[in-house]
Ligand binder design. Structure first.
Ligand SMILES: [Fe+2]
Ligand SMILES: [Fe+2]
Length: 267
């Protein structure tokens, strides 16, 4: 079974910046490669309606590929992020609806996840991370992702949901997925507080703890726009974002970047 992996497509932003139809190129890749499963691990575009429309269109146009999705922070930019979260569950392949058994041996379990400042740097208060402003830059989620609970409470909701599913499927070969980063090791630390301050908003070590507790075999994430594929703590870790054009891309051409970035694993 071939599983294609990509996150952080940021369709709207990258379409505008590249002046190219990002989705057309993605379509071309899928037509050429025909994976059995396509795992999109968050930040499809900004806002639930647009993300949902793109996902439904993909699934409609490629019925033989099973599209799976966890939301990113940008997908829940909405006046009520809880409502956005629920709206995105209308996509049948949203892992927030529950685990998906891939074949007799493997199950994929995930959800977007959130952050609880467990990756915070020293010298700042909880209140400063809650407000999320450093110098004159405010972390955009603070303005556009409006959850009913605090960041910590929202993270807790995901941890509880994921743990219930992981417990149900313990002993199986599990692929775990979140949008956010599960281990501190994958953060970029620049020793520049104007960058490192925002690592508090990159994820939670609680997701990594769950992965270790339940012995997951593979872990797919995104959010941080740096690509990783390596073993860590006995887990095959895959972070495979498209990221922002141009500074996070290796190529000028959309086709070259998308074709060279999408990762395919076999189970
Ligand atoms: Fe992103
Ligand atoms: Fe993100």
């Amino acid at each position: 079974m071939k599983i294609a992996i990509l996150s952080d497509i940021h369709e709207g932003l990258n379409r505008k910046r590249t002046q190219s139809q990002i989705m057309d190129v993605l379509y071309k890749w899928i037509e050429t490669n025909r994976p059995d499963v396509f795992m999109i691990s968050g930040d499809m575009t900004a806002g639930p309606d647009k993300s949902l429309a793109l996902l439904n269109q993909l699934q409609h146009d490629f019925p033989k590929t099973k599209f799976l999705f966890v939301h990113g922070n940008h997908d829940v930019y909405y006046e009520d992020s809880q409502a956005a979260y629920e709206k995105l569950l209308q996509f049948p392949g949203n892992l927030g609806n529950g685990p998906v058994e891939l074949n007799g041996d493997w199950v994929i379990i995930g959800d977007g996840g959130w952050y609880d400042y467990s990756y915070q740097i020293e010298g700042y208060t909880e209140e400063q991370f809650r407000i999320g402003t450093f110098n004159d830059f405010t972390w955009p989620d603070k303005l556009y992702a409006l959850w009913p609970g605090s960041d910590g409470e929202e993270t807790d909701r995901y941890v509880q949901k994921l743990e219930k599913w992981l417990h149900e499927y313990r002993g199986k070969n599990i692929i775990m997925v979140t949008h956010v980063v599960p281990f501190q090791k994958f953060l970029q630390v620049k020793n520049d507080p104007s960058w490192d301050f925002f690592n508090a908003m990159m994820g939670s070590e609680r997701f990594g703890e769950l992965a270790l507790k339940y012995g997951v075999k593979k872990y797919i994430f995104g959010h941080i726009h740096t690509r990783y594929h390596e073993h860590y703590n006995g887990i095959e870790m895959i972070c495979n974002p498209l990221g922002y054009y141009p500074h996070e891309w290796n190529h000028q051409s959309v086709e070259e970047e998308i074709f060279s970035t999408i990762k395919v694993i076999e189970i």
